[in-house]
Design a binder for this molecule. Structure first.
Ligand code: HEC
Length: 114
């Protein structure tokens, strides 16, 4: 009886999806991001605090990426980017990581500042 119970519980544990965290811990270089103008600048400005995983799993419009820069500065203490560099990086992000699926109509931009 004990064994049967252990098997059932064990099976439930195995069946539950485990978050794939380990893959994101490896040291990265700019090739973790898709090729394109501004890739290296993006990599070096954006991976001081987190890996590229947060960026790669995201898909935003240019406006949303631009808003995200403000959010990163205001809420996450990122050093503000120089205007030229910000344009280069936001252009790159908008090209490399566009929105992937249509949002529900009620979607509110969580990065909007007001
Ligand atoms: C000063 C540190 C810092 C820098 C530099 C930084 N970030 Fe972040 N970023 C954070 C923190 C902190 C979070 C929040 C992580 C969390 O939600 O736990 C975050 C979250 C994100 C997210 C996920 C947002 C979401 O919740 O969906 C994206 C995308 C992102 N950052 C992109 C960037 C990009 C692009 C750059 C470079 C322009 C950048 N980050 C630079 C600190 C930073």
């Amino acid at each position: 009886m004990r064994t049967l119970l252990a098997m059932i519980i064990g099976g439930m544990l195995l069946a539950s999806p485990l978050p794939a965290l380990a893959a994101d811990e490896a040291p990265e270089d700019p090739s973790a991001l898709p090729d394109g103008d501004g890739r290296d600048e993006t990599f070096y400005s954006c991976t001081a605090c987190h890996s590229t995983a947060l960026i790669r799993r995201s898909g935003f419009t240019r406006q949303q990426w631009d808003d995200l820069m403000d959010w990163m500065v205001e809420k996450q203490n990122m050093n503000p980017l120089e205007a030229d560099e910000r344009k280069l990086i936001v252009d790159y992000l908008a090209r490399a990581f566009p929105p992937r699926r249509t949002r529900p109509p009620a979607f509110n931009n969580p990065f909007a500042t007001n």
